[in-house]
Every structure is written in C-alpha cells, then in structure tokens.
Design a protein around this ligand. Structure first.
Ligand SMILES: Cc1cc2nc3c(=O)[nH]c(=O)nc-3n(C[C@H](O)[C@H](O)[C@H](O)COP(=O)(O)OP(=O)(O)OC[C@H]3O[C@@H](n4cnc5c(N)ncnc54)[C@H](O)[C@@H]3O)c2cc1C
Length: 455
C-alpha cells in the first residue's frame, strides 16, 4: 500500500492530541494534519476523566497554564453557546484543622503578587462579601479564593458537610466541563478544515528526512510519511518515544472513580466539587479492621489513608448523579490497554467520602446496581508537571504526562505544543514544561519539594 503523506502526524486522539491539532489548524493554519489512534477519539483515558478544572496549584507556572486553559475553554464556551457545559462552583477544600498556614503559603506561592488581592478570609458567621456558589454559571463567578473559618458560615453554605469541619478553602476559578463535548467541538472544526483521521496502531517509527510510521489497521499495514510528529499517546507516550530510541521520564499509576444515581438525595445539587483534605482511617467495623490488618495484601486498608477523597454532583442542577474519586494509589505500574479495576474500590471510596458527607452512608452496602466504576492511568513525571515541546529529535514533539489534570490543561497544552511545532513565540512558562527543566537543578529541587497538586 502506498505511503500516505502528512505534514504533521499526531499520535493519539485523546483530548491532548485533538487540542494540539485544533490549535495547529486554528492558530497556525496547518491543514495537512493526520491524527492516528487505534481507538475512536476521546475513548481511552480521556473518557475516564472526572471533568473537573481549577487554577489552584502551589506553583505559579501551573497556575498560569491552567488559567490560560480556562481562558481558552471560556472562549469555546462563548463560541458554542456553552456546548461544553462549563460551570463554575469552584473547588471546596474542607479540613478539620484551624492551622492552615501551610495551605495559605502554598496559595501565596501559586498566586504570587496577586495573592493579597485574591485571598479573602471570612472569620465570622456572616460574610457579606462572600458569594456562595448558588448558581452554576461560569460567567460572573468570582475569581480568587475564599477562606471560611467560622463553623456557622460553613454549615450554612455547605449543609451536607460533617459538623467537625473547621475550615473551607473555596477556590473560585474551578468547576466542571464536558470534556467529550470539548473534544467533539474541536474535531468538528478539524474536519471542516480538512484534517484527517486514521484508525490504527502505530507499531514502529523510522526517522530519516522526516518520519515513516508503520500503522496496523483493520486492512493490514499502512505506511505514513510525515514531516513532523506529535506524541500525544497518553499512557503509551513512553512507548512511542522508545520507537525513536528516546526515553521519557514518566511513570503510570492507575486511578479509579465511581458514578451513581443519588436516589436518596444525599448531596445538595449546588455543592461544589468537594475535597476532604484530611487523611483518615476508613470507618470499618472493629472486626473488619482486625481482619484487614491481619492480611498482608489488605493491611493498607486498615491503616492510615491519605487525604483528598472527593465528591461532586454530576449532570447539572437538574441531574441526579454523583461522582466520587480518591487517587490513593501511588504504586507505579506499566500502562496496559486492559484497565485493572479493583472490585473493592466502590466500597472504599464510598466509605472515605462519607467522612466529609455523612449522608452518603445511606449507600453503604447498597450502591445502586447501575453504579458505574471506571478508571484510567495517570501518566506523570515525578514533579507532576507535563511534558510539552520538542521530544529530543528534530521534528518530533510531545504533549504528554498530563496526569490527573489533562482535561483542564489540554487547551493550553495543545496551544503551547502547537506553538513549539510552528516555531511561534512562546509564553513565559514554555521552557519549564519542556525537557529543558531537567537542566535546571534549582527548579527541579523546588518542584520536587513542592506540593504536587495530585488529586
Ligand atoms: C480516573 C481519572 C480521573 C481524572 N479526572 C480528571 C479531572 O477531573 N480533570 C482533569 O483535568 N483531568 C482528569 N484526569 C486526567 C485526564 O483524563 C487525562 O490527563 C487526559 O485524558 C489525558 O489525555 P491524553 O489525550 O493525553 O491521553 P488519552 O486520552 O489516553 O489519549 C491517548 C490516545 O493515544 C492512543 N494511542 C496510544 N498509543 C498508541 C499507538 N501506539 N497507536 C495509536 N494510538 C495510540 C490511545 O488509544 C489514546 O486514545 C483524570 C484521569 C483519570 C484516569
């Protein structure tokens, strides 16, 4: 079969590859784009996203990247009459602690000189300047961070939270979007401007005067020649790089979620994405805990678990579903196409989440039969920053390692990767997200010591 030629071949049509193609076409006029994937678009990791976004990070570069991404998503929301269902009730970080100096320092670090303006403390039961997240609309929602430190104010605003919550940090530029709709919107545009798609598995890449990709399709082997390539292969980005003899500093951990219909109305529909910041011991009965502690395989479940179990209403104010997640798995494993779901996860996450929202206990041992249990790979670097830019060989680029923030960062990471490919002027954060950062020992030491923002 004759080789198909493309100016640029993008490997992967998850949200990262699609967004890169979109900004290459939209901002730089590239038309001869071929997007290759062995799955349908948005069908692998991008189909598993919790679809949450926020601009809360402990480093200003990540704040800048996600702020830019949110600006771009707002642009699409405006152009498409909000086809992407963008809403903005923020992220609510709840803790039983009153000493939150470390968190406030992290917020200061992320917001830099804007912190004085953007951090608002509410110490009394009445807070006339605090806008509770009553409406879902993104336009007109406040920016910055509200810190609620009075229990009456917290109870009034978040009635489903447990009574022992003493502090709520309410990140305002955050919410949810439909990432599937965002991907479809971008694909529609790409189709209109003539970008092509090929369904097949990239099995090999040779490089000399451009690239020759060997792709296995249902019709057999297809050769693709491309002047440039973008590696947006998600959990298989390291495999794609290795086809060129390149090594990417990434690893993979498997993370899970559940979604179910809240038939008991346990959670108010206007509750923002809510995160229990505190670590916990899961509320097993004494007998269950004893059994777990006796079993080497399950011992960890009876011991201290990390914070950051989260819950949010799904499907809008008129909907009835909830999503629960807890990225407690820190054990790296090779990425696989088959996803290793743990049948114990639904019970674990439900128990964990019912600490912040005790009304969820109504579902213990009786989650609805149509509960959806799903998961995917967080492909990440040690410092949990993405890899965007040249991959280490002339004409080869990468947009990968988007960990648990790929939905929220994809628009800006696609825009940034497109700039690298088109040799356009780069934003100030570009070098930090490229492989160049590994040459900067001071930056790397700071990143490894900082809060990684993993949720
Ligand atoms: C449980 C979970 C919850 C998450 N929640 C959120 C969230 O709330 N907010 C957020 O911002 N992010 C979230 N994320 C992260 C986000 O989903 C990912 O970062 C993002 O989807 C990654 O997109 P991607 O395009 O890089 O990868 P993918 O969507 O995996 O796309 C890569 C594509 O490459 C293709 N591919 C790979 N190798 C080959 C090959 N050799 N040949 C052909 N095709 C190939 C694959 O088929 C795949 O379609 C979550 C992730 C998980 C797992």
């Amino acid at each position: 079969m004759a080789a198909v030629h493309a100016e640029i071949a993008i490997i992967g049509t998850g949200i990262t590859g699609i967004s890169t193609a979109y900004y290459l076409a939209k901002n730089h006029g590239l038309k001869n784009i071929l997007m290759i994937d062995c799955h349908q678009p948005m069908a692998f990791t991008s189909a598993q996203s919790g679809e949450n976004y926020r601009n809360w990070w402990a480093r200003p570069e990540m704040v800048a990247l996600t702020n830019r991404s949110i600006d771009l998503m707002e642009e699409v929301a405006r152009e498409s009459a909000n086809q992407i269902n963008m809403n903005r009730r923020g992220y609510s970080l709840a803790t039983r602690k009153t000493d939150i100096d470390m968190l406030v320092t992290q917020l200061h670090n992320g917001l830099e000189e804007h912190a004085g303006q953007l951090l608002r403390f509410h110490e009394r039961s009445e807070a006339p300047t605090y806008k509770p997240p009553i409406k879902p609309d993104w336009s007109g929602a406040p920016d910055g961070v509200d810190i609620l430190r009075h229990q009456d104010l917290i109870r009034k605003t978040f009635p489903s939270y447990s009574n022992d919550i003493r502090t709520v940090i309410h990140i305002r530029r955050g919410g949810t979007i439909s990432s599937q709709q965002l991907g479809m919107y971008m694909l529609e545009y790409l189709k209109e401007v003539g970008a092509r798609r090929l369904t097949g598995l990239v099995e090999n890449i040779h490089s000399s005067e451009g690239f020759r990709l060997q792709v296995r399709t249902t019709d057999g082997a297809q050769q693709i020649s491309a002047d440039q390539i973008v590696n947006a292969a998600g959990p298989f980005a390291d495999k794609i790089a290795s086809m060129l003899g390149l090594d990417l500093p990434v690893f993979h951990t498997f993370q899970q979620k559940i979604a179910f219909e809240d038939r008991a109305n346990a959670i108010p529909r206007d509750m923002p994405f809510s995160i229990d910041l505190d670590g916990q011991k899961i509320n097993w009965s004494d007998e269950e805990r004893e059994m777990l502690l006796d079993d080497p395989e399950f011992r960890w479940l009876g011991e201290d678990m990390p914070g950051a179990v989260h819950c949010r209403p799904d499907g809008g104010d008129g909907g009835t579903w909830l999503k629960l997640g807890w990225a407690y798995n820190e054990t790296p494993a090779p990425a696989t196409w088959d996803l290793p779901l743990d049948s114990n996860f639904p019970d674990i996450v439900l128990r964990g989440a019912s600490r912040l929202n005790p009304s969820l206990k109504v579902y213990l041992g009786q989650l609805p039969r149509n509960t959806h249990h799903y998961g995917g790979w967080y492909t990440m670097t040690d410092e949990n920053w993405p890899l965007i830019g040249p991959m280490g060989q002339q004409g080869a680029f990468m947009n990968c390692a988007l960990s648990g923030f790929g939905t929220m960062a994809a628009s800006a990471s696609g825009e940034l990767c497109a700039k690298w490919v088109a040799e356009a002027e780069l934003p100030s954060y570009a070098r930090g997200f490229s492989l160049d950062r590994y040459q900067d020992n001071t930056l790397m030491a700071a990143l490894l010591a900082a809060n990684k923002g993993r949720l």
